[in-house]
Design a protein around this ligand. Sequence first.
Ligand code: CA
Length: 852
Amino acid sequence: MNLPKTSILPDPLGNPMNRRDSRNRKFRRRLWMAAMAVVALSATLQAALKAEDPEQEAKLTKLPQGVPLVSSDFSAYEVKQGGKWAKVQPVTVEGMPFRQALRIDTTAAPKEDANLRIQTLSIAPVKHQDAVLITFYARAVAPPKGEKTAEFNLTFCWAVPPWSGSVNRTFSLNGQWRKYYVSFPAVVKDKSKPKPARFLSQAGEQRIVFDQNFGPQIVEIADLKAVNYGETVKVSDLPLTSATYEGREPDAAWRKAALARIEKIRKADLVVKVVDEAGQPVPDAEVQVKMTRHAFAFGTAVAGGRLFDGNNPDNEKYRENLLKMFNRGVLGSETKMAPWRKDRAGPVRAINWMLEHGLGVRGHTLVWPSWRKNPPALKPMKDDPAALRKAIADHIADVAGVFKGCLVEWDVMNESYASDDWIKLLGEKEMVQWFKLARQADPHARLFINENRIVSSIGGGIDTPKHEYFYKTIQYLIDNGAPLDGIGLQGHSGWHRMMCPENILKVLDRLAAFRKEIEITEFDYDVSDEKLQADFVRDFLIAVFSHPSVTGFVMWGFWDGQHDVSNAPLFREDWTLKPSGQAYVDLVFRQWWMEETAKADATGALRTRGFLGQYDIAASAGGKSGLVQADLGKDGATIVVTLGRQQRREVPPFVPIVDPGLPESVKAARVAAAGPPQVRLDVIGVDEMVPLKLLSASKDAKAAQATWLPGEKKECFLFVEAPLTADAWTETTLKFTPLKDGTLTLKLKGEFRKKGEEPVWVYYDDITVEGAELQNGNFEQDGGKGRAAGWPQWKKGAEYVKNKSLARTGNACVKVCHESAIAQPLRVKAQQPVTIVFHSKAAEPPGEQATE
Ligand SMILES: [Ca+2]
């Protein structure tokens, strides 16, 4: 749906951002000033002055000319999705430096899988790291019922794959017009393209999106401009609507109290006694106490793929800094249900790597109880609660079972406030069941509930409906016997949801009453002001480390090259440490770290105090030395170092996790739910527009024209599908007549499955064609490079199987699925009938074969 065509009138204030001619700009300014001199200060100016931030406006006037990135005309905006939830139209505005605004009247709260999405496409190229500034005015005309503010979400992101974004911000709007300044470095990377195209997007390839599922509410947006300054200015010199929080000042009282608490609760007394081999004290020995690891968990979300590719220098840095900065890791998405169903070998390998390198690993997440966050294959279970119940139970048993005994903890239930479809369908009690199933599957892992916006709420408030829900839900779980061990607080903060430390502490106090451990599980923020980032990281860390119930702080990525909105807390994309990274290092590895060299007293003892964790304690005297690797727990420790002896920590040998694969019963249930797997073979004449007349197909097969193609193309595309089993080869026949001479494409694939559903893998062997010439239909000729000869199109994932026991005849066959197909050209003659006979069989997904 296109919006009504309406152009926005020129901005009478002459906002200079888009003006290409600075003399013209000065002239306009002067003219305007003159006008102002005669006319009394108008309502317009007053309103504008109130809406604008003078400091940012001053920066704006100093900027060179930039290149406009989007049209200023609201007719260029298009409702892409969820139009039925909203009325979107231009309205006239009085008393502001613009005459028109876009009114977004969300008449009903959109359903979660049908966000309202309004977008406009870029009209100029954007390079990676270009300095971009978006400005706009906005206000709430009517906030949602019972709320003081309305929410408005703006994203600047790819309009084509890979879809990822440079910036994604949510704004809280009140009734007053306010001007917002959003500056950022463009994040434009498309791995599928070769350099330099990889770091460049053309006009039409980026977009501004207003994407929201808030409401019912009415908001108005006006005078939206996006300007690309390329490399002419530093992003830090662009205007920016920043934020602050209470308690940021250097001498804040809360911080003094928190640091004093840290001294008390995170440290313990350490006594080192140096003795000789006869057990006699050695006076005046030199003692070196060196902390090697925090007891407190400092962790990050990890992208499993980064742990392996050895030739990528970024990946090397990623691994190096992961191990240097953290003692805990969590896969950001790979063990959620949908990705896990697609690829289980990847996460097993990644978690093995983390364990082998000494990281504690948390699991995320067993149940995210919404249709939208899970494989579409589950959606038909909307009408079959028993089937859904079983699918969830199977998943918990499966994924938690694979990692049994190896993970520190699991998020059992994630974001159940907003994602509550399954709870509504199955009943509240089902939550308790999920925890019990998790305990059964892995009795060793500590079990967490995980929720967002508890220490990062809109406006930083601590009595939102979500807080009330969260406290009630935890109490419900406890009252109903759920084996709940921990409370996970995500901590995705932002410039409009930056909670002040005193409020964070109040929330932690309230949660501490449940007597469970508390962990910050997904800390990050979408603010780009580096000074603010640094202060916030410092204060957030101090607040949570000072609370006795908190056991860990996990951030959601640490490097801009691997972060949702390129605002990772530690490193910039070029691996330089940000001020916030410096703040982290200062606290975690300096102020909260311990290294001391001192002399033992006359009785051979050294009394000191250190942060809880692991230590190497060395002593030397008279040319002899000794070493003890020991833990300092909260009750303190007395460590005896014997000169001439080394007592190293016993580390059990690393035993990698081996995935036993999905239980047969679960596989069978899934197959039953999805129907029998089907083979699919395409005959495509679309390139040369060769119409194909279908004659017949074998009995169990279904053959048809491609109804999804437009017009005449339909007639030039045939496909045949037939149900398969894994036990025996199925023979399928397809007969057709080409109506023109030409070259077709014969494509071997599996059944079409939606994104997120499990692909259908198929073996093919012994294909014969009458009426045209086929190459290597039995796949016995090896074409090199892991491919069969004669099949030039070979999609990633398709497999050349050289295994006599798997082939139908000879030594080889192929294994393909819908996305990983192979193909060859087939030359045909007009009116010469073609008969294709092929043999196929259901195959197991890749990766599972190896474990069998
Ligand atoms: Ca063969």
